[in-house]
Design a protein around this ligand. Structure first.
Ligand SMILES: Cc1cc2nc3c(=O)[nH]c(=O)nc-3n(C[C@H](O)[C@H](O)[C@H](O)COP(=O)(O)OP(=O)(O)OC[C@H]3O[C@@H](n4cnc5c(N)ncnc54)[C@H](O)[C@@H]3O)c2cc1C
Length: 470
């Protein structure tokens, strides 16, 4: 592929860094909107390495997630298959009982625990995951890194809603022999699988993949905008914990812990996400374009998939719970041993429970992708090849939701940049507040359509009488 063509298509790239692993003319850089982008160091006529296209999930038109997953898991004796979840041996919901893994994690702590188990049982020599950047003067706060001890593994716990890429660490993996496990969002794990198809060293050294469910990727400005809302101006943010568990609240009502400089003094603040603009994930503030062009909700090519158990029966415990989809027999054995020894407190759950925990995500990412693809066709634009077909047959109000989500995410990048230039956070709040209000009104309309006027009035009466009787 010529650079000129790559430069058009890369707007849809997940920007994992896989292209930079296979072609030294490509470098990963954060752009002016705080989103990773493949910067090409040669001119537009240059022919890039022939596998650049193959290793990027949205540029690859040869093989999809279902086909990769079939190669990996279809021959496992105890395997099951569900079209929404992909292959699975076991399905669970719950948390880690052992030590303080759960306390130190974002959800139930399985992400860090499974790495610890693989390492302790000498099944791997290193863990590739996302940690704080040790270079404190760098504007990049978090990055993929390699941990080679239990302490290092534990230090990488917690969800970072922050852009990352793995080209730097994968180059180390190629140089330093060993057995590694890696964690990533769906498009990143797919990128690893595609790289492994073309590169024997990566195939042999990446032994296990831990997949996260991912609503969408955020730009680095998401963190910056949160900090600014508590008085820490852009450039003064030192640390952010995106998932601070609030022990008096349900798990899905979490907080953000932010440390930074205000008037030259270092301060730490905890704020509930409910009090901050841009925290409604449906609205998609600071979302990357690629996130709207994946159809893989359940990280189908990962050996184990982990997410939040966003279900009332689990969210009532503020300490957090995971939903877990296991596809690899070795990992399945570790989990079964963990349950038997009491290190894990997991319920065996039905596939409907797993699906229900991600129902809204599935509707946006999978079902309504059809309409987003249709819009690209209508605009005569190139679009990635997906397992979902382009279609306009999404219901009218849902199409309006999709239109507004696209507008909100596009505008959030532009309006925020202008707010920084103006040194005026209120500009961001006012302009984006207008769009968020339109979004909320649209949802009220959907509610009326769903329940009818009488249904809505009854729901309000129920809510008010509940409040009065408290
Ligand atoms: C951008 C993003 C969006 C998400 N959206 C959803 C969602 O919509 N629904 C849902 O159910 N779950 C979502 N998750 C997953 C969820 O937040 C938890 O990460 C997951 O439940 C595992 O929690 P844990 O307590 O088991 O892991 P922990 O023990 O806290 O370990 C988390 C592991 O993930 C690694 N990690 C952190 N940030 C990243 C990153 N950006 N990329 C790759 N690895 C990372 C850490 O280094 C650590 O190894 C999302 C995660 C991310 C990163």
């Amino acid at each position: 592929m010529k650079v000129a063509e790559f430069n058009v298509k890369k707007r849809f790239s997940e920007a994992s860094g896989s292209c930079a692993v296979v072609d030294d003319n490509i470098k990963m850089e954060l752009n002016k909107y705080g989103v990773y982008e493949e910067t090409v160091l040669v001119n537009e006529d240059y022919e890039l390495d022939s596998i650049v296209e193959y290793v990027s999930p949205n540029l690859n038109e040869e093989i999809n997630e279902s086909e990769i997953a079939e190669k990996l898991y279809d021959n496992i004796k105890e395997i099951n298959y569900d079209k929404r979840i992909g292959y699975y041996i076991s399905l669970y919901a719950g948390y880690v009982n052992e030590g303080d893994y759960r306390e130190k994690a974002s959800s139930g702590g399985m992400g860090t625990w499974i790495f610890k188990e693989l390492f302790e049982k000498k099944l791997i020599d290193g863990v590739i995951h996302v940690k704080e950047n040790p270079e404190k003067n760098s504007p990049i706060m978090f990055q993929y890194d390699i941990s080679r001890s239990i302490d290092e593994i534990r230090a990488g716990a917690k969800t970072k809603y922050y852009p990352v890429e793995f080209s730097r660490v994968l180059k180390i993996v190629k140089e330093v022999p060993g057995r590694y496990a890696i964690v990533g969002i769906p498009s990143f794990i797919m990128a690893i699988r595609l790289l492994a198809e073309k590169d024997e060293v990566i195939k042999n050294r990446i032994k296990y993949t831990v997949g996260l469910i991912c609503g969408h990727q955020k730009s680095s400005k998401f963190a910056e905008a949160i900090a600014w809302q508590v008085g820490i101006k852009p450039g003064n943010l030192k640390y952010i914990n995106f998932r601070k568990k609030l022990l008096d609240k349900p798990a899905n009502n979490y907080g953000v812990e932010i440390t930074g400089l205000i008037d030259g003094n270092e301060v730490t603040t905890v704020k509930s996400t409910k009090e901050l603009l841009g925290q409604n994930w449906g609205q998609g503030y600071f979302k990357t374009k690629a996130s709207d062009f994946t159809d893989d909700v359940m990280n189908e090519t990962a050996d184990i998939t982990l997410g939040d158990a966003w279900l009332q029966e689990y969210t009532k415990d503020s300490r957090g719970n995971n939903v877990i989809v296991v596809r690899n027999p070795v990992i399945d054995d570790l989990i079964k041993e963990g349950i038997e020894s009491g290190k894990l407190n997991l319920d065996i759950v039905d596939k409907e429970i797993i699906f229900r925990s991600q129902a809204a995500h599935y509707r946006h990412t999978h079902d309504e992708l059809a309409y987003r693809l249709y819009k690209r066709d209508k605009a005569n634009e190139w679009k990635p090849k997906k397992r979902v077909e382009a279609s306009n047959s999404v219901p009218l109000l849902r199409r309006k939701v999709q239109d507004l989500r696209e507008e909100i995410s596009t505008q959030s990048h532009l309006v925020y940049k202008k707010a920084v230039e103006l040194d005026d956070l209120d500009y961001f709040k006012t302009e984006m507040g207008k769009l968020s209000r339109r979004y909320n009104q649209l949802y009220k309309l959907i509610l009326i359509q769903k329940k009818g006027i009488t249904g809505v009035i009854n729901a309000i009466i129920r809510k008010v009488s509940k409040k009065i009787s408290r």
